[in-house]
Ligand binder design. Sequence first.
Ligand code: HEC
Length: 243
Amino acid sequence: MKNNNTIALLIFGGVVLILVSCAKTDREYSEELKHDKPVRQFTAALDMYESPSIETYGENSIYSDNMGSRHPVAGTIPRGFMPYMYPNTNEGYVMAGDSLRNPYSNTPANLAKGADIYSKFCLHCHGTTGAGDGPVITNSNGKFPPPTSYIDGVSSGGDAMKDLPVGKMYHTITYGRNMMGSHASQLTAEERWKVILHVQALINQGAPANEAGEGDSEEAATGGDDASAVVEIEEEQTAPEEN
Ligand code: HEC
């Protein structure tokens, strides 16, 4: 009995010795241990080398397409994002004009933000005053027709610019219109509404203040001859922006 135990112990010890001698001493640094190349290893703590968790963007066999990262569920929207419900059709344009209102008012900070966006995304076509004489137009040797003048133009949709509802402006900025491209990927909803405040300020320079749609009480306060108001707005761009 005693002999048997000793033999068993010796065999066990021999097996352990053989297995241990198979293990790599430099395995932490081994090429073979990279996650994309699983290898057989002898170690009591296998999980420390080959993590069983699914790697971000890695392959796994749980889904039929073998992709670890999944598309969001249909209809998922980012936090704080408001989907735009009106289709890119003339009916959508008219509906937007009838029902959308600017959620931002004419505060100096909002106007300054709008003027800043205008100077970066719109001025090169529409011009500083909105007359449709931005450098893209004036340098094109007649290749690009000028956009509708904010001052005395009539929208291709039929409204005089001074009567153009903000919802139609928002629709145009979102989807684009004829020669004007969509700005949906460049401007958030908030930025689109704020630049509209500046467009209205430009329109109001050429029209009696009380005809320019909502939020015009402050416009009236700055008066009809407010070239100076725009200068003030542009100076405010250097002030820290509210978020
Ligand atoms: C590539 C030149 C270009 C740029 C950049 C551009 N526009 Fe326009 N925009 C146009 C043209 C051209 C029209 C006339 C479109 C038409 O009705 O045929 C227009 C029309 C408009 C109208 C009238 C929309 C209507 O419903 O009739 C508004 C408002 C307007 N743009 C605002 C903006 C604002 C705000 C920006 C910047 C975010 C901007 N645009 C950037 C060229 C441009």
